[in-house]
Design a binder for this molecule. Structure first.
Ligand code: ADP
Length: 392
C-alpha cells in the first residue's frame, strides 16, 4: 500500500530542474509529497545510509543520470545496493530514450523525460514506481520463503533417506550377528542330541561350552543394541551427582583387573592431586570409560601395559586417557570407528560386536564431551576423552 504522504529523494544537480519538479509536486492534489533535494550521488548515498533491505525513510528516488560525481547508469547500482527497497525513477533528456530503457533494464522502475511531462504524468509515474517495487518486493519475499521451505524439505528428505538406509543396514548387521551364534547353538545342540552315546565327555563339554559362549555373545549383543537405542532416543535418564572421579576410576580399574590378569596385562593408573568431586552421570561415565578400558585390554597383547590417566586440563575440564600397546587401528578404519557394527580389518578372531564405541559416542553426546583417537597398527592405541565439568 502507498502511504498518503510520499517522501521523495531528488538527486539533481540542475537547480532549475529541481525547482520545476518542486512546483509540479505542489500542484498535486491527491497525494502529499515531501521532497528532499541533493545535488550529488555522494550526498544521496549518505542520506540513504540508514536504509535496510526492507525499510527506508524515503518512498522513491528521482535520479538525474548526469551528475557531477557520477555519470549515466553508474549511479544505479550504488543506490540500489544502499536502498534495495526504494524504487528509482530516472530523469533523462529528450534524446536519451536508449539510456532510459537501459536504466529500466538495470532495475529502475520507470523514467521521465525532463520538461516533457506535466503534474499528472509525474505523480502517476511516482505512484506506479512505488506500487511496482512493492509488488516485486512481496514476490521476492514469497520466493525467498519458498526457497527456504524447499531447502528445509530437501534436507528433511535427505535425512529421512539416510535414516532409512541406516536402519536397514543396522537390521541386516544385527541379523547377521545374531545368526552366527544361533548357528553355533543349533550345530552344537544337534551334535549333542544325535551323538549323545558316542561322544566322549571332553567333546561334550566343548559343545556345551560353545553353546554357553554363543548365548553370552547374543545376550551381550542384545544388551548393547538396547542400550544404544535408549541413548539414541534420549530414553536413558541423565542423573548428575557429585562423583569422586579418582575413586570412580580406581573402582573401574579394579573391576577390569580380573580380565587383565588373565592376559598378564598390567593396568597403570595415574592421576593428579587437585581433583575434587565433580558433577557427572555415573552411569554414562561407566559406559564410556568401561568400554574404552575393556577394549584396551581386549586388543592388547599379553604381557603388555594399559595406562589409564586422569587429569585436569583446566579448572573446568577433565581429561581421561586410555592408552594400550595393542594391535592398533588401521588409518582407513579410524573414520568409521564410532559407527555401529564397524570393526577394523585387523581384529582377526578377537570377539566383538562393533557396538561399544558407538555407545561411547552416544553417551558422550548425552553427557557433553568429546573423544579423540590416536592409533598406529602394531604400536598401540590412545583414546582421549575430554569432559567439561559442571559446577556443583
Ligand atoms: P568391538 O565390540 O568390536 O570391540 P567397538 O565398537 O568397541 O566394538 O570397537 C569398534 C572397533 O574399533 C573394534 O572392532 C576394533 O576394530 C577397534 N578398536 C576399538 N578399540 C580398540 C583398541 N583399543 N585397539 C585396537 N582396536 C580397537
Amino acid at each position: 500500500m502507498i502511504a498518503s504522504s510520499i517522501k521523495i529523494l531528488l538527486i539533481e544537480d540542475n537547480l532549475a530542474e529541481a525547482r520545476l519538479l518542486q512546483e509540479f509536486l505542489k500542484q498535486a492534489h491527491k497525494s502529499e509529497f515531501t521532497l528532499v533535494h541533493v545535488k550529488r550521488l555522494r550526498d544521496a548515498l549518505a542520506l540513504l545510509s540508514n536504509c535496510t533491505s526492507t525499510e527506508c525513510s524515503f518512498d522513491v528516488i528521482l535520479l538525474d543520470l548526469t551528475l557531477p560525481d557520477s555519470q549515466g547508469l553508474a549511479s544505479l547500482t550504488p543506490l540500489m545496493d544502499q536502498a534495495p527497497s526504494v524504487p528509482i525513477v530516472v530523469l533523462t533528456n529528450t534524446n536519451d530514450d536508449e539510456l532510459a530503457l537501459a536504466a529500466v533494464r538495470r532495475g529502475a522502475q520507470d523514467y521521465l523525460v525532463k520538461r516533457q511531462g506535466n503534474v499528472e504524468v509525474l505523480v502517476r509515474s511516482l505512484r506506479y514506481a512505488i506500487e511496482r517495487k512493492q509488488a516485486l518486493e512481496a514476490l521476492r519475499a514469497v520466493n525467498q520463503a519458498l526457497e527456504i521451505r524447499v531447502e528445509e524439505r530437501t534436507a528433511e528428505l535427505v535425512k529421512a533417506q539416510k535414516l532409512n538406509q541406516f536402519k536397514s543396514e543396522f537390521v541386516s548387521m544385527f541379523s547377521h550377528d545374531i545368526r552366527n551364534p544361533l548357528n553355533t547353538i543349533l550345530l552344537a545342540a544337534g551334535l549333542l542330541q544325535n551323538n549323545d552315546d558316542k561322544l566322549p565327555k571332553e567333546k561334550k563339554l566343548t559343545h556345551y561350552q560353545l553353546i554357553r559362549s554363543a548365548v553370552k555373545n547374543m545376550s551381550q549383543l542384545l544388551d548393547e543394541v538396547s542400550l544404544l537405542g535408549k541413548v539414541d532416543s534420549g530414553k536413558l535418564q541423565r542423573d548428575f551427582t557429585l562423583v569422586d572421579l579418582k575413586d570412580f576410576c580406581s573402582q573401574l580399574l579394579e573391576e577390569a583387573q580380573l580380565v587383565a590378569a588373565e592376559k598378564h596385562i598390567r593396568l597403570v593408573f595415574t592421576t593428579c592431586e587437585q581433583l575434587s568431586k565433580a558433577l557427572c552421570d555415573e552411569n554414562l561415565l561407566r559406559h564410556i570409560l568401561g568400554n574404552l578400558l575393556s577394549n584396551a585390554i581386549k586388543y592388547s597383547h599379553p604381557n603388555s601395559n594399559v595406562y589409564f590417566e586422569l587429569r585436569l586440563k583446566d579448572d573446568n575440564t577433565v581429561v581421561f586417557r586410555i592408552q594400550d600397546q595393542g594391535i592398533g587401528i588401521p588409518q582407513e578404519d579410524q573414520k568409521q570407528l564410532f559407527e555401529p557394527f564397524h570393526r577394523a580389518s585387523n581384529v582377526g578372531t578377537i570377539p566383538g560386536t562393533g557396538l561399544g564405541l558407538a555407545i561411547v559416542k552416544k553417551c558422550l553426546e548425552a553427557h557433553g564431551g568429546e573423544i579423540a583417537v590416536n592409533s598406529e597398527v602394531g604400536v598401540g592405541t590412545t583414546f582421549t576423552v575430554t569432559l567439561p565439568l559442571m559446577k556443583a
